[in-house]
Design a protein around this ligand. Structure first.
Ligand SMILES: Nc1nc2c(ncn2[C@@H]2O[C@H](COP(=O)(O)OP(=O)(O)OP(=O)(O)O)[C@@H](O)[C@H]2O)c(=O)[nH]1
Ligand SMILES: [Mg+2]
Length: 271
């Protein structure tokens, strides 16, 4: 039994749900199957039906009404409730052996950056449900127009990488929105960044008082050495296909399919 799970994370409005839908749509056109698991208790109606939906367990609106909490507190409550009811998740996912599940996550980044809820769910999916997981972290391409914003986005992506300890793919989403203002050469410098070079540019733009801080942040990103981005334009099947091939690679999806074939043959021969 092999299950692949792709967590789609990132700040609010980064394009996560659109990306989930476009992956499903692309996979359908190439004859593959995938399902969306909605982990956002405040999700809007979606183009593709959710196969598993946290709102069947608990909804943000109910929590806000009944416990008189604001949206962020209610979200944390929903995830704590999910943690106490993981058998619900097991049951919902239980029948999806040998399947590709795409987890659409909420946009509140504290879930990936400083609360251990998502890491706990990740460990459960890996250890109890035998998932090969991979995380995708979306950051909007408009962030690269401003170097300081880029660093802040890169730090959030790094924080998620460190917290979740999963194979991790960073994605620069909505590339179409900056195509006219950013040339290919500049874009490349942000997809495969040299943080120290970018820090020099940031120093030219910011108050000299921040020079040392900029340098320290750039050193941190540079030392970590793993912050790179793949470009995403949701309506461009080539960009979806490229990201999917990276996801397949890190989750070893193809290998799992190859391993299944000889066993299938034995079963047929045995019959
Ligand atoms: N131009 C452009 N717009 C996009 C792209 N991807 C998503 N959008 C738009 O960005 C907005 C937010 O997209 P969503 O997919 O809802 O973003 P999300 O990250 O799921 O948002 P939350 O769930 O609220 O955190 C929508 O209006 C999308 O149509 C893209 O590649 N290009
Ligand atoms: Mg969404």
């Amino acid at each position: 039994m092999s299950r692949v799970g792709v967590l789609v994370m990132g700040p609010a409005g980064a394009g996560k749900s659109t990306f989930c839908n476009e992956i499903i749509s692309h996979m359908q056109t190439i004859g593959r199957r995938a399902h969306i698991v909605n982990l956002d208790p405040a999700a809007e109606p979606n183009k593709y039906e959710f196969t598993v939906d946290i709102r069947d367990l608990i909804s943000l609106d109910d929590v806000m009404d009944e416990l008189d909490l604001g949206p962020n507190g209610a979200l944390i409550y929903c995830f704590e409730y999910l943690m106490k009811n993981l058998d619900w998740l097991d049951e919902e996912i239980g029948d999806y052996n040998d399947e590709y599940l795409i987890f659409d996550c909420p946009g509140q980044i504290e879930l990936y950056t400083h609360i251990p809820v998502l890491p706990n769910i990740v460990r459960h999916l890996q250890n109890q449900l035998n998932f090969n997981l991979c995380a995708t972290y979306l950051m909007e391409a408009s962030f690269i127009v401003d170097n300081s914003k880029y660093f802040s986005g890169a730090l959030c992506a790094m924080s998620a990488m460190i917290l979740l300890e999963l194979p991790h793919i960073n994605v620069l989403s909505k590339i179409d929105m900056i195509k006219d203002s950013v040339n290919r050469k500049k874009l490349k410098r942000f997809l495969n960044p040299d943080p120290l070079l970018l820090a020099d540019e940031t120093n030219e733009e910011t108050n000299p008082r921040f020079k040392y801080l900029n340098q320290c942040i750039a050193n941190l990103v540079d030392d970590f050495g793993m912050v790179q981005f793949l470009p995403l334009e949701a309506k461009n099947p080539d960009s979806i296909s490229t990201i999917l091939s990276y996801v397949d690679d890190v989750t070893q999806w193809a290998e799992a399919q190859e391993q299944k074939e000889p066993n299938d043959q034995i079963e047929i021969e045995d019959m």
